[in-house]
Design a protein around this ligand. Structure first.
Ligand code: ATP
Ligand code: MG
Length: 446
């Protein structure tokens, strides 16, 4: 597909129409309409039959052109949210910053967005803060306006499923062919309107393996600070997209390089920059394991990822408390409180996840104590699996835990008798108050 696009651009670098944008017919774009979800096609059909403009747009067009499986299908239309709602029985208007319509087909949800404009000169409905942040942008616009307010050229491709034509306003096809991530318009201005775009550049560059256009790249590190203006709940959602999309390691590498990671997880970033022996490995290994799990359709949870992202900071603070004579469990608890309360001002991690993170961390201590029936009891803890995986992760990243991970791996595979003897062996190095009861008669215990 990309080869075909490149050929097309070599042949004719500009085949723009009278409105100065590129329209490709079926024989030119080779986007297969059968790959578009039939519900999205139906929405486009209904809207167009009612004299509205409607296109499939955004990530799904981009991904189909790259032979990837789109995550979802978005539709852009000239119909207002109310007009869309009237046409589809199972639909509802949602959204605070801007209204969109969710149209439901069985379990599938399709987002329909009215063409928007963020032209601040033309609209009083578009509001900006002193730093240029768009605080309100609910102004409807033309198809052309809608394309220019999108983030990246490759995300501003519109596909008309009825006419089988592909519409490109911002040279997105050329950038797809050149494997380039490029911000539409003036990069610094677009980043200050919405600093989340800084993260989106890193995310798509990592996901697609594209390079970032030099003009789009240049202001990123300098503007990283502006992420502080983004609300903590939105930042949390963005971190999930960054780290749970199946390409988290590549995202992390770019975030770190662009100095954006310092904004997302400053406590751990500081340690990495100070040369902490395992902090960077911890983040990288956790994300690489997560990528693997996603690829093999295994469950991943934000709690585990955040537990790993923040572990170096928790561990450091806990050891400081311990050196001030706090017992290990209370040191860990105090460290967890501090680290979590710093982090949630940046990314609002919901409470159910912070609870799980605390449990994973505190079980790092309990899983060391395996005497008597403690090992058995730990295994019955609903958080055991995550805490055990966390031990393996710590060992993978270079922490030395005296074979704790292996011990637990064997213990889980062992039968009842073997488990008892594993626990007894642990105790054999320590002074015992009384001999174990079940020792066979006659055996000597040297
Ligand atoms: P994916 O869903 O695969 O992660 P996507 O490109 O569909 O990628 P979404 O977050 O679903 O990303 O957004 C849909 C479209 O909305 C994008 O393709 C882009 O055109 C536009 N968009 C999303 N976020 C922004 C933003 N912060 N600024 C400008 N345009 C945006
Ligand atoms: Mg999408």
């Amino acid at each position: 597909m990309l080869k075909r696009l490149s050929k097309f651009f070599n042949r004719s670098s500009s085949q723009k129409n009278d409105d100065n944008y590129l329209v490709l017919n079926a024989h030119e774009h080779s986007l297969n309409p059968k790959k578009i979800c039939k519900h999205a096609c139906e929405i486009v059909r209904v809207l167009q039959n009612n004299n509205f403009e409607a296109y499939v747009v955004g990530g799904c067009v981009r991904d189909l052109l790259l032979d990837l499986n789109p995550k979802d299908f978005d539709i852009a239309t000239s119909a207002t949210p109310q007009q869309v709602k009237r046409l589809f029985r199972r639909s509802r208007i949602i959204g605070r910053r801007f209204q969109i319509v969710h149209v439901q087909f069985g379990r599938e949800l399709i987002e329909v967005t009215t063409f928007r404009s963020n032209n601040t000169h033309k609209n009083e409905k578009v509001q900006q803060s002193a730093s240029g942040l768009l605080t309100r942008d609910n102004m409807f616009g033309s198809l052309h306006d809608d394309a220019s307010r999108r983030d990246l050229s490759i995300n501003a491709l519109y596909y008309d499923t009825e006419k089988n034509t592909l519409h490109d306003f911002c040279d997105g096809l050329e950038d797809l062919a050149k494997r380039k991530i490029r911000i539409i318009g003036h990069p610094a201005t677009r980043y200050s309107e919405d600093p989340v775009r800084l993260l989106r550049v890193a995310r798509f560059a990592a996901k697609l393996g594209f390079h970032v256009d030099s003009k789009s790249l240049k202001p990123i590190a300098k503007m990283a600070d502006s992420l502080k203006q983004v609300s903590a709940p939105r930042m949390f959602d963005e971190t999930l997209k960054l780290f749970m999309g199946g390409y988290g390691l590549a995202v992390f590498q770019l975030l770190f390089e662009y100095r954006l990671f310092a904004q997302l997880v400053p406590q751990t970033n500081r340690l990495i920059e100070q040369g902490h022996p395992t902090a960077k490995n911890m983040v990288a290994q956790a994300l690489s394991n997560t990528d693997l799990r996603i690829r093999s359709n295994k469950r991943v949870t934000p709690a585990f990822i955040y537990a790993a992202l923040l572990w170096p900071a928790v561990q450091k603070i806990a050891s400081e408390y311990e050196s001030q004579s706090h017992p290990a469990a209370s040191a860990m608890n105090k460290a967890a409180n501090e680290v979590i309360s710093n982090q949630i001002t940046i990314t609002a991690i919901p409470r159910r996840f912070t609870m799980a993170m605390r449990e994973i961390w505190s079980m790092q201590l309990t899983l060391v104590k395996r005497g008597g029936n403690r090992a058995q009891r730990s295994m019955e803890n609903p958080r055991f699996r995550a805490a055990y995986d966390f031990i393996l992760l710590r060992e993978q990243t270079g922490e030395s835990l005296n074979g704790l991970g292996d011990w637990w791996t064997q213990y889980q595979d062992a039968n009842e008798d073997e488990r008892q003897s594993m626990v007894q062996k642990l105790n054999s190095g320590r002074p015992r108050k009384r001999r174990p009861r079940r020792r066979p008669q006659g055996s000597t215990n040297a």
